[in-house]
Design a protein around this ligand. Structure first.
Ligand code: NAP
Length: 484
């Protein structure tokens, strides 16, 4: 591996401005999912070190919150500039630890950087309100104040983005953060911490702790100093963190699993819908929370849609993300491949028609063939479970009412997509889908300006956008009396 700035390849935790492995009884190996080879290690830290990191964040908070929004924004801006300067190194680190193709990893760094850019500006626009009084001698105000020390826990599928999407708004709002990255992809978060330090983020304001998920999670949720938990990951772990945070009544933002419907109506532009599905489905080898999970296609365009998707899927090149022309990398680990295999076998066993792929790739390891399944039914596991792999499942439908009912028949509600050229239907369906994000005639909606988040068991809270600061601030009402 060649980084133009080898200093970005950090393999220690970052606590109170120090790179440290003090307290580690062991290390956790970080592996390249494309080769299975070790690419480094991180200290396996636990409860005591988490307590220390929280104490650092608490000590750093008064000075950080006392800065003006503009001052905090300028530091975030410098961090953004440094991320952009080191985009190639950061992309390389993402590909090495996550497996996604290098070009896609570059796209992720741009996306991650956009949150630093956006919140560097939003920091100075964190407005409150002047409220018209109900008594003549009173004046009423609502002001925004930072919630305090935040604990952040993130998944491995967007190793850079999940950091900045949480840390940028938290810091902009005047909070301090203790972040625990996923064990499989800690190196991107540590590289970002190195750049944060260079940008002038003061010691203790942003801490990265690596190690034992349960011990660190238990302390972050139980510790009274931590006033907020922001989590991106699976719904089961989200539920657990919610329970653990209940005794201290912490604020929570939960970005959890999805099971996105992707609906192609009879009046859709089929070609555009196929292209959009490829974008939505195969990013990160199908391991995104907003991935099209259930593709519902109207009976009248079903076979055409299936044929076109299959042609494109058979054209995809699977391989190590560092090689050129590779469009799809490996899954993150053996458990991921196992889960995808089981879902595909279950569907085929219950009568699904295999149009492409359907098994582990000849490259072995974490590689799975991009797969298309037709004639998928509601009785198959893929109808209710998040696939998290490169598998297109084609369901057939005949009426709008029926497809909306089926689209909404799952516990989660993160994203939904549909394709139609009927303006009334566009509004009707966009309003009817029980999700937090709707893509209409597009397979890609993620950016820093739109509010990202779910409903139902996909969680709550919104990241990015002008609403993003709200999750990291408390609203305080001030009633000023005796005004003559
Ligand atoms: P996961 O098992 O919930 O893990 C997510 C993070 O939580 C990891 O850092 C993990 O640590 C940590 N963790 C595990 N057990 C914990 C515990 N007891 N206490 C505290 N932390 C704990 O999720 P995953 O399967 O790796 O990630 C994929 C899931 O994330 C999918 O469901 C996907 O939809 C969801 N996701 C949602 C969004 C969104 O914005 N809504 C975005 C991306 C992903 P280890 O790494 O050590 O296991």
């Amino acid at each position: 591996m060649q980084l133009s700035d080898p200093q970005l390849y950090r393999q220690q935790a970052y606590i109170n401005g120090n790179w440290t492995d003090a307290g580690a009884q062991s290390v956790i190996d970080v592996k390249n999912p494309a080769t299975g080879e070790s690419i480094g290690s991180i200290p396996n830290l636990g409860r005591v070190e988490t307590v220390n990191a929280i104490a650092s964040a608490e000590a750093a908070w008064p000075a950080w919150r006392a800065k003006t929004g503009k001052e905090r924004g300028l530091i975030l801006r410098r961090w953004y500039d440094l991320v952009m300067t080191h985009i190639d190194d950061l992309a390389m680190i993402i590909t090495l630890e996550n497996g996604k193709p290098l070009e896609e990893a570059r796209g992720e760094v741009l996306y991650a950087a956009s949150f630093l850019d956006w919140f560097s500006e939003e920091a100075r626009r964190h407005y409150g309100d002047v409220i018209p009084q109900t008594k003549g001698d009173q004046r009423l105000f609502a002001i925004r104040q930072p919630v305090g020390v935040c604990g952040a826990i993130i998944a491995w599928n967007f190793p850079c983005t999940l950091v900045t999407r949480k840390v940028a708004p938290a810091l902009a709002a005047g909070c301090t953060v203790v972040l625990r990255p996923a064990s499989q992809t800690p190196l991107s978060a540590l590289a970002l911490a190195e750049l944060a330090e260079r940008a002038g983020v003061p010691a203790g304001v942003f801490n990265v702790i690596t190690g034992d998920a349960r011990a660190i999670g238990a302390e972050l949720t139980a510790n009274e100093t931590v006033r907020k938990i922001t989590f991106t990951g699976s719904t089961p772990i989200g539920r657990l963190l919610m329970q653990q945070a209940a005794p201290t009544v912490k604020r929570l933002s939960l970005e959890l699993g999805g099971n996105a419907p992707f609906i192609v109506f009879e009046d859709a532009d089929v070609e555009k819908a196929v292209d959009a599905l490829m974008v939505s489905k195969f990013r990160n080898a199908g391991q995104t929370c907003v991935c099209a999970n259930r593709v519902f296609v109207h009976d009248s365009v079903y076979e055409e849609f299936a044929r076109r998707v299959t042609e494109k899927v058979l054209d995809m090149k699977v391989g190590n993300g560092l090689e050129s022309d590779v469009s799809i990398g490996p899954l993150i680990d053996e458990a991921g491949v196992e889960k995808v295999s089981e879902l595909v076998e279950d569907a085929i066993g219950k009568g699904a028609r295999l149009l492409a792929g359907g098994k582990r790739h000849a490259l072995g390891g974490g590689f799975y063939e991009p797969t298309v399944l037709a004639d998928v039914g509601q009785d198959m596991d893929v109808a209710s479970e998040e696939i998290f792999g490169p598998v297109v499942t084609l369901f057939r439908f005949e009426s709008e009412d029926d497809v909306i009912e089926r689209a909404n028949s799952v516990e989660t509600g993160l994203a939904g997509y549909f394709f139609s050229r009927d303006a009334s239907r566009v509004w009707r369906v966009a309003e009817a889908l029980e999700v937090g994000i709707v893509g209409v005639n597009t397979g890609m909606f993620s950016n820093e300006v739109g509010p990202f988040g779910g409903v139902k068991q996909s969680g709550f809270g919104r990241e990015g956008s002008r609403y993003g600061l709200d999750d990291f601030s408390d609203l305080k009402y001030i009633c000023l009396g005796d005004v003559n």
